[in-house]
Design a binder for this molecule. Structure first.
Ligand code: 4NP
Length: 166
């Protein structure tokens, strides 16, 4: 008998990018992973985050980010890393948190195919009134909870578009 070859469904690779990779993008990464896990689709996605700057390479997410995330039952074990050109090869979708992040990512793009992968995360939230996720790093008050809510709304929109239709 001829052995059956089974082709595994190709994973969809999604990268969230901010400046430092310790506040917004690890939050979005954790939320998107949580959505995929809840839907039983974690094997379908390759999910990561990165920063356009290297200031915090190797660090856990900011303690205030982790507190906000843990309050919603999501742990963030990610260690910060800098965005690199090879990320255009690994990822299908590159989600920038704000316009400065998007400009810095696009400055590294080598082709129209690279550029076509880059979008603002909030473009996936149909109710968003502004296009960027605000940077909470130097802020006070409940900025980190607001960032959680903003990232959650946008990640839900993104997940809805990228989930495999069965
Ligand atoms: P993030 O926030 O880009 O959302 O991770 C920041 C974290 C650190 C710095 C700036 C923004 N910083 O200047 O160190």
């Amino acid at each position: 008998m001829t052995p059956q070859t089974t082709s595994l469904p190709t994973a969809t690779a999604v990268l969230f990018v901010c400046l430092g990779n310790i506040c917004r993008s690890p939050q979005a990464e954790g939320i998107f992973r949580h959505l995929a896990t809840q839907a039983g689709l974690s094997a379908h996605f390759d999910i990561d985050s990165a920063g356009t700057a290297a200031y915090h390479t190797g660090e856990l997410a900011d303690a205030r980010t982790r507190r906000a995330s843990e309050a919603h039952g999501i742990a963030l074990p990610h260690r910060a890393r800098q965005f690199m050109v090879a990320d255009f090869d690994r990822f299908d979708h590159i989600l920038a948190m704000d316009r400065a992040n998007m400009r810095d990512i696009l400055a590294l793009a080598r082709s129209d195919a690279d550029r076509a992968k880059v979008r603002l995360l909030r473009s996936h939230d149909p109710l968003a009134e502004v296009d960027s996720v605000p940077d909470p790093y130097y802020g006070v008050g409940d900025g980190f909870e607001q960032v959680f809510q903003i990232c959650q709304a946008a990640c839900q929109g993104l997940f809805w578009k990228l989930r495999p239709v069965t």
